[in-house]
Design a protein around this ligand. Structure first.
Ligand SMILES: [Zn+2]
Length: 272
């Protein structure tokens, strides 16, 4: 399910990268040609584009480098700007002296470079927007039971210290909206995960467990002050199971899910 957005993201990244590269190369070629025509050192502008980036180089070039377009002297063809009263090569008067410079036109190459740059920027913007939407929608997906009912936790279950000596394959764990979610594909015997919550009203609260798994037994330990008060088997049930908390004292409760041979475990535990 998460593969499609991943492909889209990678594709957009690759496209944006390629277009950015094309934009840089085209900018360099255009800068080289245009700066030479305007009496500017072409190597300098190309180096600027490579090291400072094409957008900065083009901006600087249009502000500082391209102020005086060159036109050929009418008598000898030497390049002249409209600020030159006389040709420095042949001494002829410049008939275009003092006239406003013609508007600089972008050649086909320049237009291609601008188009690449724009598409690249749009791609990047789209990618960022997509990531925001993806992150937002992932965060707002309502937590539901395996039966599809919305889960509302009244006391948050938080992460708890848990030291294992065994191994686990494909394991996840989260604490979202007070609900403890976890999954484990396969584990060594006795592998466990822990959560904790502060119990305020032992008779007024109830623990809800929604677990699916294959194979053997999954157990849930209720631990208070370092001692296991009760152990319940939570595998082998369909849908949500409810466990009383009446035998516990108010205060911190540690919950420990212990695996004895179950596989493909996926569970949600919360306090109602
Ligand atoms: Zn001349």
């Amino acid at each position: 399910m998460a593969v499609m957005p991943l492909i889209l993201v990678c594709g957009a990244l690759a496209l944006a990268g390629l277009l950015a590269l094309a934009f840089t190369v085209l900018s360099c070629v255009w800068l080289y040609r245009d700066s030479r025509l305007h009496g500017q050192p072409p190597a300098l502008w190309v180096l600027l584009a490579v090291f400072a980036g094409p957008i900065i180089a083009l901006l600087l070039y249009f502000i500082f480098g391209r102020k005086q377009p060159l036109e050929p002297c009418e008598s000898c063809g030497s390049p002249l700007t409209r600020a030159d009263r006389f040709c420095s090569a042949c001494g002829a008067a410049n008939s275009r002296y003092g006239e406003p410079a013609p508007k600089a036109k972008l050649g086909a190459l320049g237009k291609a470079a601008v188009a690449c740059g724009l598409v690249s920027v749009v791609c990047m913007a789209g990618l960022l927007a997509g990531m925001f939407v993806f992150a937002f929608s992932a965060g707002s997906t309502p937590l539901v039971t395996t039966e599809g009912a919305a889960i509302v936790a009244s006391l948050p279950i938080e992460s708890a210290m848990d030291v294992n000596s065994g191994w686990v394959i494909m394991s996840t764990q989260g604490h979202r909206n007070g609900v403890w979610t976890f999954s484990m594909s396969k584990t060594s015997d006795g592998y466990h995960k822990s959560g904790r919550f502060s119990l305020d009203d032992p008779t007024g609260r109830i623990l809800a467990v929604d677990v699916t798994c294959e194979g053997e037994t999954l157990e849930l330990d209720f631990i208070q002050n370092g001692e296991t008060v009760r152990t319940e088997t939570i595998s082998g049930a369909d849908g949500v199971q409810y466990f009383s908390l009446a035998d516990l004292a108010p205060g911190e409760v540690k919950l420990r899910v212990v695996n004895h041979g179950a596989t493909d475990i996926s569970g949600r535990i919360w306090v109602e």
